[in-house]
Each structure stands twice: as C-alpha cells, then as structure tokens.
Design a protein around this ligand. Structure first.
Ligand SMILES: [Zn+2]
Length: 98
C-alpha cells in the first residue's frame, strides 16, 4: 500500500512539473504507471486479521472486501472472480510475563 501511495504521489508530482515546465509527458508512460499502481493497490493487504480464523479477500475488479473461510466464487458487488488476500501479516504475539 505504501509503495502504491509513494508511486502515486511521484506520478502526480511529475504531471505537475510536466505541466508547469511545458515539457509534457507521454500519455502511454502515465497509463503504464497507473496500471502498476492499480495492481499494487489491488494486491495490498489492508485489514487487521479477525480472531477466529476468518480471512478477508479483495476483489481485483472493484475492490470489495469479503470475509470468510475462503474467497467467494464471485464478487457480490461486480461478479468478479479474481481475489487477493487483504489480511495484514499478524504481528508476532509476545508471551505474557516475559
Ligand atoms: Zn468486485
């Protein structure tokens, strides 16, 4: 997620500079970078894992997050079939009294 945000900020800055300097930017270069950023956002873990083993899955097409034991067959929002795990890594649990 942080990588996606950093790339988005950098692209925004490049567009501003391209406009102010009059140098312009290649539209296809902007499109490619936006494609990379979109993929990073779709795959980025964002949910604190639930207790009890339920997992969270983000639809690659629309971003809807569904929870359950496994990814749904289809997204209930858009019908998409591709999902990425949205759960953040569990922090290591320190033993009490240590
Ligand atoms: Zn969807």
């Amino acid at each position: 997620m942080q990588d996606a945000m950093r790339r988005l900020d950098a692209l925004t800055q490049q567009l501003i500079e391209a406009d102010q300097s009059g140098a312009g930017m290649e539209p296809i270069a902007v499109a490619r970078e936006l494609g990379v950023i979109r993929q990073l956002l779709a795959q980025a873990p964002a949910v604190i894992p639930a207790t009890g083993g339920q997992q969270h899955f983000r639809c690659e097409s629309c971003g809807t997050i569904t929870h359950g034991a496994a990814a749904p067959a289809r997204c209930t929002t858009c019908g998409g079939r591709t999902f990425f795990s949205a759960d953040l890594e569990q922090p290591a649990v320190e033993s009490a009294g240590g």
